[in-house]
Write a protein that binds this ligand. Structure first.
Ligand code: FMN
Length: 293
């Protein structure tokens, strides 16, 4: 009832762990994979990165604001750690890099992954993530280069802040297999006692409740123009949110910040969706894009 097919991957449900939340070791990924349809790792680059100094995450009333700075172990060390992943659901490795040479090397190091998600959308690290996604030609070149060296599905994770219709259409032409939208959206918070920005990086990316309507509209818009699957991401905390994204046109959804509030979120969303589908005797895959009918 909850199974969906995503670029040839069979997911037991459409709920995917979003990158960066709980995804930096095999043991944490194994814990989530039991109930999730797939898991995405923290974004990984070739070299170890220490990221920004604290504070890096603010728990704000409508979600989170983070500027971690893509802190991550180097690729070789992380690949070693991932050998303990149990594959109870597919493994999607999220990659960050500065150019096609780096992304190709990363895809080769993680050749045991089921799919890759290319991070074109981190909003707070220069020359990476969102900066690359702003350059449609360069992003397309990266997609073509990685498609040349792997048969595995390649997802491009883009931002609601991009010219997302044009970017995703060009990436589709370049051969990308699916679009994930959205990453966090730039924002900041100021401490009223010190009168200074709270995050050490001054600004960061907003996630959680605040961005749900924005991400939902992106999915709805993209469904009209793309032939490849869309993975909606942003502010999903309830099974009703999941259904809205599926109706808008998501084949699957990614969930991140909701894990800060409940470690059991994947279990509870899955059970609620099962009850909903059971009551209606329909499969979730038959509902994809139904807001457009
Ligand atoms: C603490 C934190 C770290 C994140 N790290 C990454 C990352 O490494 N790579 C990435 O593509 N997205 C990263 N994200 C963005 C999430 O994957 C997701 O796109 C975003 O938070 C929106 O989904 P949500 O509202 O369900 O959290 C991070 C988000 C948070 C809150």
């Amino acid at each position: 009832m909850l199974e969906v097919e995503l670029c040839g991957l069979k997911l037991k449900n459409p709920l995917i762990l979003a990158s960066g939340i709980f995804g930096s070791s095999s043991s944490s990924l194994n814990e989530i994979a039991e109930n999730a349809g797939a898991v995405v790792t923290k974004s990984i680059g070739l070299e170890e990165r220490f990221g920004y100094r604290n504070p890096t995450v603010i728990n704000w009333k409508c979600g989170l604001i983070n500027a971690i700075g893509l802190a991550s172990p180097g690729a070789e060390a992380f690949a070693e750690n991932l050998k303990r992943f149990d594959f109870s659901s597919p493994l999607i490795v999220s990659l960050h890099g500065k150019n096609q040479v780096e992304f190709v090397k990363l895809v080769e190091i993680f050749d045991f992954a089921n799919a890759f998600e290319i991070n074109f959308s981190c909003p707070h690290v220069k020359e990476m993530g969102m900066d690359i996604g702003k350059d449609i030609e360069f992003s397309s070149l990266i997609i073509k280069s990685v498609k040349d060296v792997t048969e595995k599905p390649i997802f491009a994770k883009i931002s609601a802040m991009h010219d997302y219709l044009r970017l995703s259409k060009e990436l589709e032409r370049a051969g990308v297999d699916a679009i994930t939208i959205s990453n966090t959206i730039p924002g900041m918070k100021i401490d009223i006692i010190s009168k200074k920005p709270i995050l050490s990086n001054v600004h960061g990316g907003v996630s959680g409740h605040a961005i749900k309507p924005i991400a939902l509209k992106c999915v709805y818009d993209l469904y009209k123009v793309l032939d490849i699957p869309i993975i909606g991401c942003g502010g999903i905390t309830s099974f009703e949110d999941v259904l809205e994204f599926i109706f808008a046109g998501s084949t699957a959804v990614e969930i991140g910040s909701a894990l800060f509030y409940s470690k059991k979120i994947f279990y509870s969303l899955k059970e609620s969706l099962l009850a909903f589908m059971g009551a209606k005797s329909i499969s979730i895959s038959s509902l994809i894009g139904s807001a457009h009918e």
